[in-house]
Design a protein. Structure first.
Length: 673
C-alpha cells in the first residue's frame, strides 16, 4: 500500500481509498487531481481486489486519455515488480478501460448498434463531412443557403443532440420559423446518415444513451462490466454525457467524479456546471473530498484568485492553501495604451530573464479575445522576440485578415493575380472554379488589369449570359471600390469596402463568425495609424508595412532561426514566450503569467455585460469571473494584471474603466507598478 499512497497528502489518500459508493472530488487548480485518479485505479486493483476490466476511466481529450494510460501503465509495472498483483494477459477483462466519452461509445456501438437498426460497420463523419451532408440536404429541400446558414444549422443540430433531443422532439418544440427549418434539415440529415450507415460525433453518445434506455438487458451487461467509473473534468460534461454516466452507474453507484466548478469555462461548447453542482442531489449518499492543497501557486496568488472567485454564487465553497512560500505580490500595471502594454511586458520579460534566470518558455500572456494578440505580436516582431500562439493562429495568418488584405492589394494593384484569385468569388458570387479559370486565362492573354477583364466579360469565350452578367456585376463592384480609394482616409475606406461586399454578414454565417469579425475590426486599429496621410499614400504605406510585418513573421518563425532576446542567450524552438486566450490556458501552468486587457468590455467581455443587463446576470458574468480565476491560477510564481487607460480596439479608440475583478483583490496582495 505504501507504494500507492506514497507521496499523497491526506485528502488525496482519502479520495484514493474511498472504494465504494459515489464520490465527488472537488479539485482546485494544481491540487493533483490526475494523480488521485491514477492512484485510485491502482488502489482499486491492488488492495480492493477489483478486476481491472471492471474499471472505466473517462476523460475529455485523446491526449489526456493517452497520458493517463501511460501513467497507469507505469504504476502497474512498479506494482508488478513488487509482486503486489498481476494482470491476466489471457483475460479480456485484463486492463482498465481509459478513454474519451466518444471512444467509449464507439466501442459499445461496434458491438451493439445493430439493436438500433444500424450496421456494425458504420462510418463516423467528421465536421466537414457533416457540413457537406447538411448542404446536400438543404439543396434537396431547395433551401436558400444565403437565408439559412448551413453552419448555423449544423450547430443547432449538434446542440440538440447534446441535449438528447431527436428530430421528432425538436420539431415538436420548435419556437419559430428558423427552428422549423432546422427541424426539417435535422430530419432529412438524420435519414441520410442512416441511409449511408454513418454517425456523426454527437450520435455516438446520443445513440449509446438510446441503446441503454431501450435495451435494459444491454445496459445491465455494461453495468456489470464497468462496476467502477471515474470521470475527469466533470464540470465540462454536457447533458448527454451526464445521462450516459448516470445510466452506467445506476446499478452499483461506484462513480467517482473529479472536477471544479470554479474552472467551468466552456458553457459555449455545451458544458453544464449544474452536473457537478447537483451530484449530491443525484447521489445523496455521496462522499465529498476537497483537494484544497495547491502544489502550483504561491499563497498570495491563491489568495488573490480566491477573492475573485468567492464572489460567484454558483459554486462549492473551498479555499486553496499551499506549503510553498507566500511569494511575491501580484503586480498591477496601468498602461497608457495597447503599445505601452506590450512594451511593458517585454521589459519585464527581459528584466526577469536577466536578473532571475527565467527562460522565455517560463512566460505566458493571456487575453480574452484572439484579436488582442495583434498589438502584442507586432511589438514582439519589432523587438525581435520569438513567440508562439497556443491554440490559435497568428493575427496576419488568419483567413479573414488575408481576405481583406487581398482586396486592398488587388484594388491597389489590379494586376495582382494572386490576390485577385482569392477575392473574385469571396464572398460567394456564383463564380465557380471553371469560370474563374476562364477569367484567369483571359487575364494572362491580355495582360490587362482584372477589373477591365471583368467589365469586358463579353470577350471571354464559351460562357453563358448568366455567367457574363455575374462577371460584369463583380467588375462594377470592384471598380466602385477602386474609385473609393481616393475618396476616403484608410480606416473609412476599409469600412466602405466591408460594407459594399457585405463581409460581416457573410462571415457571421460561418464558424466562429463573431470572433472572426472582431479580428477584422482589429485590422482597423492598424489602419488608424495611416489616417493622417492622403488616401492613396495611406493605403500604399499600410500595405508596405503589413508586408514587412508578415515577412518578419515568416523569418522569425520559432525554430527557423536563433534569436537573441536577453542579451545573448540564443532561443531554441521550444524556448519562446506563449501567447493564448484564457480559454486555451486551461490545463496549463507557467512560472510567470501576464493577463492583459483587464478592462470592462474585455474582461468581463462586453457580451457578458450586455446579457447580464438583460437579466442573465449570474450565468454570464460568473463564467467571466471563472475565466479570470483560471488565468491567475495558471501561475506558479508571478502574476501581472494589466489594464490600459485607453486602447485602439476594433478600429475605435476606447477608454474603459478597469475590470471589476481587479477591485475584488485586497490591496495588500497587489503592488502597483
Amino acid at each position: 500500500m505504501d507504494k500507492i499512497l506514497d507521496g499523497l497528502n491526506e485528502k488525496q489518500k482519502e479520495a484514493t481509498q474511498s472504494v465504494s459508493g459515489p464520490l465527488l472530488v472537488i479539485a482546485g487548480p494544481g491540487s493533483g487531481k490526475t494523480k488521485v485518479l491514477i492512484h485510485r485505479i491502482a488502489y482499486l486493483i491492488s488492495y480492493a481486489k477489483v478486476n481491472p476490466g471492471n474499471i472505466l476511466a473517462v476523460t475529455f481529450t485523446n491526449k489526456a486519455a493517452g497520458e493517463m494510460k501511460e501513467r497507469v501503465k507505469k504504476i502497474f509495472q512498479d506494482l508488478q515488480e513488487l509482486n503486489s498483483w498481476k494482470i491476466s494477459k489471457s483475460s479480456t477483462l485484463g486492463t482498465p478501460t481509459i478513454s474519451t466519452f466518444h471512444s467509449f461509445c464507439v466501442r459499445v456501438l461496434r458491438f451493439e448498434i445493430d439493436k438500433l437498426g444500424w450496421s456494425k460497420t458504420f462510418l463516423i463523419y467528421d465536421d466537414k463531412d457533416q457540413l457537406a451532408l447538411i448542404k446536400k440536404v438543404m439543396a434537396d429541400l431547395e433551401m436558400d443557403s444565403e437565408m439559412f446558414n448551413p453552419f448555423s444549422i449544423q450547430k443547432n443540430i449538434s446542440a440538440a443532440k447534446s441535449e438528447l433531443i431527436d428530430y421528432q422532439s425538436y420539431l415538436e418544440q420548435k419556437q419559430g420559423y428558423f427552428e422549423e427549418q432546422v427541424g426539417k434539415v435535422y430530419q432529412h440529415y438524420q435519414n441520410e446518415l442512416k441511409k449511408n450507415n454513418a454517425l456523426d460525433f454527437d450520435d455516438l453518445i446520443m445513440l449509446t444513451v438510446k441503446l441503454f434506455q431501450k435495451n435494459p438487458e444491454i445496459l445491465k451487461k455494461y453495468q456489470q462490466r464497468f462496476r467502477y467509473i471515474l470521470i475527469d473534468e466533470y464540470q465540462d460534461t454536457n447533458y448527454a454525457q451526464y445521462i450516459l454516466a448516470k445510466l452506467l452507474a445506476a446499478e452499483h453507484k461506484n462513480i467517482c467524479v473529479v472536477g471544479d466548478v470554479d474552472q467551468g469555462i466552456y458553457s459555449w461548447r455545451g458544458a453544464d456546471i449544474r452536473n457537478i453542482l447537483s451530484f449530491e442531489k443525484d447521489y445523496p449518499e455521496a462522499k465529498v473530498v476537497f483537494l484544497d492543497q495547491s502544489y502550483r501557486s504561491t499563497q498570495k496568488i491563491l489568495e488573490a484568485a480566491h477573492n475573485i472567485i468567492s464572489k460567484n454564487v454558483q459554486r462549492k465553497e473551498k479555499k486553496l492553501w499551499t506549503e510553498k512560500k507566500e511569494g511575491s505580490s501580484l503586480v498591477s500595471y496601468e498602461a497608457s495604451d495597447e503599445r505601452d502594454e506590450a512594451e511593458f511586458i517585454l521589459q519585464e520579460i527581459e528584466k526577469l530573464s536577466k536578473e532571475q534566470g527565467f527562460n522565455f518558455s517560463d512566460f505566458a500572456i493571456f487575453y480574452r479575445t484572439n484579436s488582442q494578440s495583434r498589438s502584442l505580436e507586432e511589438t514582439f516582431l519589432n523587438r525581435n522576440f520569438n513567440y508562439k500562439i497556443v491554440g490559435g493562429i497568428k493575427f496576419y495568418q488568419r483567413s479573414e485578415i488575408k481576405d481583406i488584405l487581398s482586396y486592398l492589394r488587388a484594388l491597389w494593384n489590379p494586376k495582382d493575380i494572386f490576390s485577385f484569385s482569392r477575392i473574385i468569388n469571396l464572398p460567394t458570387r456564383g463564380i465557380g472554379q471553371l469560370l474563374q479559370e476562364k477569367v484567369m486565362e483571359k487575364f494572362r492573354q491580355e495582360n490587362k488589369d482584372f477589373i477591365k477583364v471583368l467589365l469586358n466579360a463579353k470577350n471571354i469565350s464559351e460562357i453563358t449570359d448568366s455567367q457574363r452578367e455575374k462577371l460584369e456585376k463583380t467588375g462594377k463592384l470592384f471598380q466602385k471600390l477602386q474609385e473609393g480609394i481616393l475618396s476616403f482616409k484608410l480606416t473609412d475606406f476599409i469600412k466602405f469596402l466591408l460594407e459594399e461586399i457585405h463581409y460581416k454578414e457573410w462571415l457571421e454565417k460561418g464558424k466562429e463568425g463573431d470572433k472572426r469579425w472582431e479580428n477584422v475590426q482589429e485590422l482597423l486599429t492598424v489602419a488608424n495609424r495611416y489616417d493622417n496621410l492622403n488616401p492613396s499614400e495611406g493605403l500604399n504605406h499600410f500595405l508596405e508595412d503589413v508586408s514587412l510585418i508578415q515577412d518578419t513573421e515568416d523569418l522569425r518563425n520559432p525554430g527557423d532561426k536563433k534569436n537573441k532576446g536577453d542579451g545573448g542567450n540564443n532561443l531554441d524552438k521550444n524556448n519562446v514566450v506563449s501567447l493564448m486566450t484564457l480559454h486555451s490556458a486551461k490545463g496549463l501552468e507557467f512560472p510567470v503569467v501576464f493577463i492583459v486587457g483587464l478592462e470592462e468590455g474585455l474582461l468581463p467581455h462586453s457580451r457578458s455585460i450586455r446579457m447580464s443587463q438583460e437579466g442573465n446576470l449570474n450565468f454570464q458574468l460568473e463564467e467571466e469571473r471563472r475565466l479570470c480565476y483560471v488565468g491567475i491560477t495558471r501561475a506558479k510564481e508571478k502574476v501581472y494584471l494589466i489594464y490600459a487607460c485607453q486602447r485602439n480596439l476594433f478600429g475605435a479608440r476606447q477608454a474603459n474603466p478597469p475590470s471589476r475583478f481587479l477591485k475584488d483583490i485586497p490591496d495588500d496582495l497587489v503592488e502597483c507598478y
